[in-house]
Structure formats: structure tokens, C-alpha cells
Design a protein around this ligand. Structure first.
Ligand code: UGY
Ligand code: MN
Length: 255
């Protein structure tokens, strides 16, 4: 029992620690429990996250339903083994399914998945991409802004058919982002390994959050952000980023 939590919900960012998770049946899935980490419901006055991220806790009986109409889905295996559209996926395996893809995600054994969903915004010059499968550890990474101790792997193809990135960022202990970033893109982040300090702020609300494996972070557009990796082991996080669309282009209409 505890009366304390590291969870901190601010106007333009949030840190969600596992100490505040309440496991519940996942809407739209069969025999599957989970935890919603980041949702549009989180923000105030229509300025909340433009996406949904959740943990799906699978058993061999679990199965997803299709994503809501117009919604793309990215799935990453954190633990155990699953099957996405008939393809087996082990730890660090991932898949992206385009909107309208009716195929199912199933548990092969007990598994923990990180799932990102958002309304897909088409690009006038590109058709809808086909589904993507991959192994995150097989994707070549690059030093972030020249720092070999901060390795960034981009898990989705880099072309404007995609309206988002999902990236795996691995830091050696002591490595850090080289600047306090502030950019138009939103992030939804899941700390997969290790930890450190995340600096986040909205106006006067300045927050230096100790973070560790299992934590999630929402960073709204322009939220100043900086990470320093602390401890004995590498810090690894997965994160989403909306890209490839002008901030003035119409958003996908709600279904
Ligand atoms: O891609 C990014 O904007 C990344 N460098 N942000 C982050 O790690 N918070
Ligand atoms: Mn960033």
C-alpha cells in the first residue's frame, strides 16, 4: 500500500509511473487486460495528446479487434511472444498495421505489448503503405546529432506515406540529449530499460522527473524536453513522433 506516486499530469506533458496503473479489460480486444498510458482524455480544452498509447497484457486466449476506422496501429513486444496478422513476434519485434487492416494480434504465450494508435492522415502524393514488420535490434542505429553514446534507430520507413515515426533511442550511462529540445511534434514515450532524468516544462511548471523502466511520458507540441541517462545500465526508450505533414494540413476527420 502506498499514498505516494511519481505520476505527474501537467497541462502539456505527463509522466505516468507504473505505481499508478490500474489494470482493466481493454476496449475492443477479447480476453485482454491492459493499461492506457496516454490518451486524448489527458489534456485540457482539446489540447490533449493526438494519439493513444497503451500496454496490452496478453494470454494465449487474447485477441485484438480491428483498430477503430481510420486508425493506424503500431505494436511492440516488450515481453513474451505474440502473433500479428499471422506473423510471430518475439521480444523487440514490432509491426505497423495501416488503417482498415482487419487482421488480428494474438497472444502466443503471456506477453506484454506497447501499442500506439492514431488517426492516419493521408498524403496527397502517396498511397496508403502496406503493413510493416521488424526486429528493433536488427534496425541500424545512428549517433544522435553526432554522439555515438546516444544511438537512434528509426523503426518505420522514412517516407511521407507515413505520418509518424516510432523510434528506439539507446543511451549509454552518462549520455544525454545535447540540447533542450522544443519542437512542433508531440511524443509518446515508453521507458523500456534503465532510467535517468527527464526535464519537462510548460511555462512556469518546471519538472525534473526521475524516470525508470515502465514509465511513460506524454510531451505535447513545443514542450521543452531533455534527457540524461543515469545508473549502471543503458537507458532505452521507445517513442512516437508525428512527422511528414504540414501543421496547416487538415487533420484526419474523426470516424
Ligand atoms: O526525435 C526527437 O525529437 C527526440 N530527440 N526527442 C526526444 O528524445 N525527447
Ligand atoms: Mn523530441
Amino acid at each position: 500500500m502506498s499514498h505516494e506516486t511519481r505520476t505527474h499530469i501537467a497541462e502539456r506533458y505527463a509522466v505516468i509511473g507504473p505505481d499508478s496503473h490500474v489494470v482493466a479489460p481493454l476496449a475492443g480486444w477479447r480476453d485482454t487486460e491492459g493499461v492506457v498510458l496516454i490518451s486524448p482524455a489527458m489534456g485540457t480544452a482539446g489540447r490533449g495528446p493526438g494519439f493513444l498509447q497503451y500496454l496490452a497484457l496478453l494470454t494465449p486466449e487474447s485477441a485484438s479487434g480491428p483498430a477503430p476506422a481510420g486508425v493506424e496501429r503500431f505494436v511492440y513486444v516488450l515481453e513474451g511472444r505474440a502473433e500479428v496478422a499471422g506473423e510471430p513476434l518475439g521480444v523487440n519485434g514490432y509491426a505497423w498495421l495501416p488503417p482498415g487492416d482487419p487482421r488480428t494480434i494474438r497472444g502466443v504465450e503471456a506477453a506484454r505489448l506497447w501499442v500506439h494508435e492514431q488517426r492516419y492522415t493521408p498524403d496527397p502524393d502517396h498511397g496508403l503503405p502496406a503493413a510493416v514488420w521488424g526486429d528493433a535490434l536488427a534496425v541500424p542505429s545512428e549517433p544522435f546529432m553526432g554522439d555515438p553514446k546516444a544511438q537512434l534507430a528509426k523503426l518505420l520507413p522514412q517516407n511521407d506515406a507515413f505520418d509518424m515515426e516510432v523510434n528506439r533511442f539507446a543511451f549509454e550511462p552518462g549520455a544525454a540529449l545535447p540540447l533542450v529540445e522544443s519542437h512542433v511534434n508531440e511524443h509518446g514515450l515508453y521507458m523500456a530499460q534503465g532510467g535517468g532524468i527527464y526535464r519537462l516544462s510548460t511555462g512556469a511548471d518546471e519538472h525534473w522527473a526521475p524516470v525508470r523502466a515502465g514509465d511513460a511520458i506524454w510531451m505535447g507540441a513545443f514542450c521543452p524536453q531533455w534527457f540524461g541517462c543515469l545508473g549502471e545500465e543503458p537507458g532505452v526508450y521507445l517513442y512516437s513522433k508525428d512527422v511528414g505533414r504540414s501543421p496547416l494540413s487538415p487533420k484526419a476527420a474523426p470516424a
